[in-house]
Design a protein around this ligand. Sequence first.
Ligand code: ASP
Ligand code: MG
Length: 418
Amino acid sequence: MTTTEYEALPALAEEPPSTRSGTVVMKFGGTSVADVERLRAVARRLVDAHEAETRVVAVLSAMGDTTDDLVRLAHDISPRPKARELDMLISVGERISGALCAMAIHDLGHEAISLTGSQAGIVTDTAHGRAKIVDIRARRIHEALDAGRIVLVAGFQGVSTDFDITTLGRGGSDLTAVALAAALGAEACEIYTDVDGVHTADPRVVGNARKLHAVSYEEMLELAASGASVLQLRSVEFARNHDVKLHVRSSFSEAGGTWIREEDERMLEKALISGVTHTGEETVYRVEGLSAGRLFETLAVAGINVDTVLQTGTELVFTAPGPERAETQAALEGLGATWSAREDLGQVSIVGAGMRSHPGVAAKVFTKLAELGIEPEIVTTSPIKIACFIPRGQVEPAVRALHDAFELDRPDAVRAHA
Ligand code: ASP
Ligand code: MG
């Protein structure tokens, strides 16, 4: 189930976005800022954009595995770190990146200022570890841009309405970047990462997977929800709700990447299938003897991120992330439910906006899987996705077979194989 929860865009009374053309938000992920050399390269890229007369706002992630290391450190000192203090700790990584990059920019003869989320005016609710942005007070960013500075905002964090530091959930720097792009009326939000765009399948599994030139928000939501990890799901929702054009591209080359934007006719005419995704990280639960309301209410209160949900007769089937297994089990035990869990299933999905208007896609999927001797355990669909739970060991062969069957490796097949 793709969440489509609306994240309100902060009103920006002081500065209507439309008067601010020529602004770009450039976000760099952890690998792109992993060491001093890479931070220097990021500084260079920001300076180049700035020299091209653009108002540059950069959002940086923490260097390499810094966030993981900090989370580990917290758990080393305490089995249950307090959420407020955990946020104080793990928000630090992004500050380090910003300050270092600002120093490198100064050495290139340009003015830059690094800001924490709080200094940048990113106001959130009080839900530590998964805070929602409720307002962006961008005055300080505008002032710095007006003064000719490159502005570096620490990703993944804000300040709560109770004045505490909050974080936006793992991968949250994407959301910082998209929200700032919306608030500043930026022309685009560029997401610089360690891959060169969104592909027809995971290139580590499918050798001849191709980079997609453009996908719609809806397709990207489905791709991100079903295994494509290049963008945080919430950031794609936010981009769609606020019409922010995203450009996912490599920080290690000048080549263009993948645009994520409103669906247009060109996309629809040409594309049948955009990509095949897979994931192996979900556990499939079957529950008897509970009402759906009671079950999902309890899971929601426990903060468990339920994905696929099915009901047949009195049986409820749902999936939840593998790492949340202990919490999920505790919740089910607490309800006194009869339940079972399967860890041996993975999911293969095909996604494409053209599916809406072309029959025969499902038939092709099931025929292909049958040829491999695979019978899906569970199948779920949306108007633009077919997802099959199959034994985990067969996931990769299935991805390759479906990629082949829909001829996604052909250059002219990318958005042109209808
Ligand atoms: N550093 C944070 C994380 O690893 C946020 C981000 O990189 O987007 O989740
Ligand atoms: Mg990320």
